[in-house]
Design a protein. Structure first.
Length: 80
C-alpha cells in the first residue's frame, strides 16, 4: 500500500484512487453539483428532521450522563 501526493492541494491519498479526492470534491462543488445527502427531501422536511436531531442530542446526551451517574450512585450505595 502506497500513498500518492497531490501537487495541487498537498493531500496524501490512497494509491487505488485515480484522482485526489479533495480536488475531485472541489471540482464537483465548482460545477454546481449537489453533494448533500438529503437532496431527495424538500426543504421543510429536511429542516424538521434537523430540528428533531438537535433536540434528541440536547436531551439525550445529558440523560445518558445522568444515567451513568445514577448507576455509579446506586453501586456506591449498595456496596457500602
Amino acid at each position: 500500500m502506497s500513498l500518492k501526493f497531490c501537487k495541487t492541494c498537498g493531500t496524501l491519498y490512497d494509491d487505488d484512487s485515480t484522482a485526489c479526492p479533495k480536488c475531485a470534491a472541489k471540482a464537483l462543488e465548482q460545477d454546481g453539483s449537489d453533494l448533500a445527502y438529503d437532496k431527495d427531501m424538500n426543504k421543510a422536511e429536511a429542516e424538521r428532521l434537523r430540528k428533531i436531531s438537535w433536540l434528541q442530542l440536547i436531551i439525550g446526551v445529558p440523560a445518558l450522563i445522568g444515567v451513568i451517574y445514577l448507576m455509579g450512585y446506586l453501586i456506591k450505595l449498595f456496596t457500602a
